[in-house]
Design a binder for this molecule. Structure first.
Ligand SMILES: [Mn+2]
Length: 316
């Protein structure tokens, strides 16, 4: 972390990159970092593939998006956040590779380092938590604006501080953020209580599709293209659905299957307790973590994919 801080502090300009389909952890982290750098007189901008969706823009979150005419941005330092490799950055990734000064701050299990200087701590709840450490250790003032971004990052990546990744340090940081005067009730309502009616109708469809196996220990649920079309839903409307079948009492493993427009079947697996679903995801060409993993079926109907998955999950 000391090296990352030194590199960023000696730069007059910093370009900040996040992963594709950005979530609150990477956007909150990027905006907090940008805010702190600008306060210190360092030019800083955040780059994303596309404009941010509605749920990411209730705080000031203006970004530079990729276009066909985009050229290599000219900055002294290039910083990737919440990203395990430069492919995950998307189109901007081509401008990250080969640069002189590249840094990365992340909390995913690393699969090969792609930046010159990396600070990676998989035990941390969120990249937001690591940005807090960066700012505190680097002597940056943590203003209320910065605290709001970090709170959103940490809250969303921990399922409102529910997940096993939350630890003592998470709560210590929360106290520091809280003391800046942030309104956590407001932030939570903006983060969690702005479902569209389309998102709720999809939840209803998903719940209706749930099937149980192995005495109710395994649950599957699915959303087909037909259902997406029926409700005029976008892909981003399905983001929070994977958790729902896992929340049933007694269910230890869940699979959420989603038909993609081009016909592939995207699967999100979730588990509780000691059930490690990562090898199952890997068996079908995917991967992830012990309790959250995913894979994609190509050339398979959604029902066949479900059958193949359930067979493997029952063995587990
Ligand atoms: Mn994250």
């Amino acid at each position: 972390m000391k090296e990352v801080i030194a590199q960023i502090k000696k730069s007059k300009s910093v370009a900040i990159f996040v992963h594709e389909n950005p979530d609150w952890d990477c956007i909150g982290s990027a905006m907090a970092l940008r805010c702190a750098l600008r306060q210190s007189g360092i030019k800083a901008d955040v780059f994303t593939e596309k404009e941010l969706s509605r749920h990411l823009s209730f705080l000031e979150t203006d970004v530079i998006t990729f276009t066909e005419e985009a050229y290599a941005p000219d900055y002294e330092c290039y910083c990737a956040l919440d990203v395990g490799n430069s492919d995950r950055i998307g189109s901007w990734g081509q401008f990250f590779e080969g640069k002189e000064n590249t840094v990365c701050i992340d909390h995913h299990h690393p699969n090969g380092e792609f930046a010159k200087i990396s600070h990676i701590e998989p035990s941390r709840s969120s990249t937001g938590e690591l940005i807090y450490e960066f700012l505190a250790e680097g002597g940056f003032e943590i203003t209320k604006d910065i605290a709001q971004y970090l709170y959103c990052a940490m809250s969303s990546d921990t399922g409102s501080f529910q997940y096993a990744s939350v630890n003592r340090r998470t709560y210590e940081i929360l106290i520091e953020l809280y003391e800046t005067g942030i309104n956590t009730t407001y932030l939570c309502s903006m983060l969690y209580e702005r479902n569209s009616i389309t998102q709720l109708r999809l939840q209803a469809e998903l719940i209706n599709s749930i099937k149980l196996y192995k005495d109710g220990k395994i649950a599957t649920a699915k959303i087909t293209n037909e259902i997406m079309e029926k409700h005029g839903a976008k892909r981003s409307d399905t983001e929070a659905l994977a958790q729902i079948p896992r929340s049933i009492d007694g269910v230890m493993i869940s699979a959420f299957l989603k038909e993609l427009p081009e016909g592939d079947i995207r699967v999100s697996l979730r588990s509780l307790g000691d059930y490690n679903i990562e090898p199952v995801a890997r068996k079908f060409g995917g991967g992830g973590h012990k309790k959250a993993a995913g894979c994609t079926f190509t050339n398979s109907s959604i029902d066949d994919a479900e059958k193949a998955l359930v067979e493997e999950l029952e063995k587990l």
